[in-house]
Design a protein around this ligand. Structure first.
Ligand SMILES: [Zn+2]
Length: 572
């Protein structure tokens, strides 16, 4: 069989396997080339969750991917701090946080001595007035740590797949990132792409001066129609009859977060547009993803995405699964309904892309920035010991007090904790002529005796090396960037969570190195990608190098992952 004939047969087989793909005219040579790389990231989608409800998912979406794509059923993030910016940037760059530098949603900037929110950059203000973070209504604790409303990707230390695509095509590839969360869009758009995210303050999709001097016309048009306001007075209701849900008789749970006016049970009312939490509540429901989809569709159409032979890149990060998971837990009626609705949103996205670009010319890759822990309240129902820990209390602990006396310190030794690092008072340690490494180790040693602490390890020890080769230590090393990481990494025992963010508490919090937080789906679908389930363990750092090899372009500068053979084997 000739190569061209083989290729044509393969394309036909893919066309027949998919309800969306229509046979495209043209030569076999043309059929091989994707016109669009569509990278979908679902925020906080643990690897098992799409399959838990699979029998009740409608057509398309995960069903399309499972029936037509290569599904990695055992994919994990390999870094310890499973937070949003860390996971997104890892997917975009194929690098570990040690190299890409996004070691946490927030870190203490040593130069300024102040906390730094990952994508903040005072040099590049948001284009719209009054679209920054409102600290009085912001429920995202990391957003509240930002000092400036400026945003850019400048803290990402390496290139992304989208960056390399731009470099390879002399800037002819269009590269975009869209998400409700700024960090979900900015990380994926990289340095060379354009990012749009949802401002809860403005109720609009916004961008910053890093990307544009003024909004493109289509964005002005989209925002002027005020799509978010269409939810005024409406509620989030169940898609199906309550009796058909796995968690149908478990709606009202005391451990769920009772947001004012929104409540713990269906239906969840969004309230009027001038309600204090109106736009926040949209993001804690499938409405956030619906708005993201609608904006992405306008972008695809207006920017002529995927309409010529220079491949474009569009990254969409759907944030609702994360907010719903935090507020109600991943095993709740709300999360179950959210997954069913997420599938509809994905189905609509794929169908739209098929119409505008053709799924036979689109490579879809779907994953998640991190998994999700069960809510402690839910775990307790099954007899688990699960609880919350408050690291802000550590400095006042008797053991740390004894240590301070030993070192002749009568002030605060532990300056702050911002997940997952503890920061010591370096100035004080220097002033007293103490050895930083020795103090770090002594504090870490004491912390090891604290209940709920699985491992406390000093950055000096990590820098020095010679540590035992364990999965936990390896994941902490992958997270260790000497210029940004704090003084001590604390990993809590499974089912122990930090959950007091300046008085705000939620049902569940991710960020651990345990499997429930590292476990994510990785699915590739597109031309010449076989339909199959793969059960060997792979890492999220493998995604970007696979896309690079598929397109024959330079891999991102920090990419250390291994290209996925099962995806690439059919490529010619
Ligand atoms: Zn996240």
């Amino acid at each position: 069989m000739s190569r061209i004939f083989q290729c044509a047969v393969l394309s036909l087989a893919i066309a027949l396997a998919s309800p969306f793909v229509l046979p495209t005219s043209g030569t076999a040579e043309e059929l091989k080339k994707p016109r669009l790389i569509l990278q979908v990231t679902v925020d906080q989608l643990r690897g098992d969750l799409p399959w838990r409800y699979y029998d009740r998912l409608g057509e398309g979406g995960f069903r399309y991917l499972a029936e037509n794509g290569t599904v990695y059923r055992n994919a994990h993030h390999r870094h310890a701090n499973t937070e949003t910016i860390v996971g997104h940037t890892t997917l975009a760059t194929g690098a570990d946080p040690a190299a890409h530098g996004m070691i946490g949603n927030v870190w203490l900037d040593r130069e300024s001595g102040e906390l730094r929110y990952n994508v903040e950059d005072a040099r590049y203000p948001i284009l719209s007035e009054g679209a920054g973070v409102d600290k009085s209504t912001e429920i995202d604790p990391t957003q509240r740590a930002a000092r400036s409303d400026g945003r850019s990707p400048s803290s990402i230390l390496v290139s992304t797949f989208g960056d390399e695509l731009s470099l390879n095509t002399a800037g002819h590839s269009k590269v975009f990132g869209v998400s409700v969360k700024d960090r979900g869009a900015i990380s994926m758009a990289g340095h060379a792409g354009k990012a749009f995210w949802f401002s809860k303050q403005a109720g609009q999709f916004v961008t910053s001066k890093y990307y544009y001097d003024s909004y493109p016309d289509w964005v002005v048009r989209w925002n002027s129609e005020k799509p978010a306001y269409k939810y005024a007075g409406q509620s989030w209701s169940l898609l199906n009859d309550q009796s058909t849900y796995r968690f149908g008789n478990a709606d009202d749970r005391a451990y769920e977060t009772d947001l004012p006016g929104y409540g713990r049970v269906f239906p969840h009312p969004y309230g009027p547009t001038d309600g204090k939490l109106f736009t926040t509540l949209l993001t804690v429901s499938p409405a956030g993803d619906e708005l993201t989809l609608d904006f992405a569709k306008a972008l695809i159409e207006s920017e002529n995405i995927g309409t010529d032979d220079v491949p474009d890149y569009l990254a969409i990060s759907f944030s609702s699964t994360d907010y719903v998971g935090h507020v109600f837990g991943p095993s709740s009626l709300e999360s179950e309904d959210n997954i069913l609705r997420l599938n509809r949103i994905l189905a609509e996205l794929f169908s739209f892309v098929d119409e505008k670009v053709g799924l036979d010319r689109t490579v879809i890759v779907l994953s998640a920035d991190h998994g999700a822990p069960e809510a402690p309240g839910y775990l307790k129902e099954f007899g688990f010991e699960a609880d919350y820990i408050d690291p802000e209390s550590f400095d006042k602990d008797k053991a740390i007090d004894r240590l301070k006396k030993r070192f002749g310190i009568d002030e605060k030794l532990i300056t702050t904790y911002f997940h997952p690092y503890l920061y010591l008072n370096r100035d004080l340690i220097r002033q007293r002529g103490l050895d930083q490494a020795e103090v770090e180790r002594a504090v870490a040693e004491e912390l090891m005796n604290f209940p709920g602490v699985a491992l406390a390890i000093s950055s000096s020890s990590l820098a020095e090396g010679g540590l035992p080769d364990t999965p936990l230590i390896n994941s902490i090393l992958k997270n260790f960037n000497p210029k940004r990481s704090g003084d001590i990494y604390i990993a809590f025992d499974p089912n122990r969570f930090i959950n007091d963010f300046e008085g705000l508490t939620v049902a569940s919090t991710h960020g651990s190195p345990w499997r429930y937080d590292t476990y994510v789906p990785v699915i590739f679908a597109g031309p010449q990608i076989p339909a199959q389930n793969i059960y060997r363990k792979i890492s999220t750092v493998d995604v970007a190098p696979t896309l690079s090899l598929m397109l024959g372009i330079n891999p991102p500068s920090g990419a250390h992952g291994a290209p996925l053979q099962e995806v690439l084997q059919g490529q010619q």
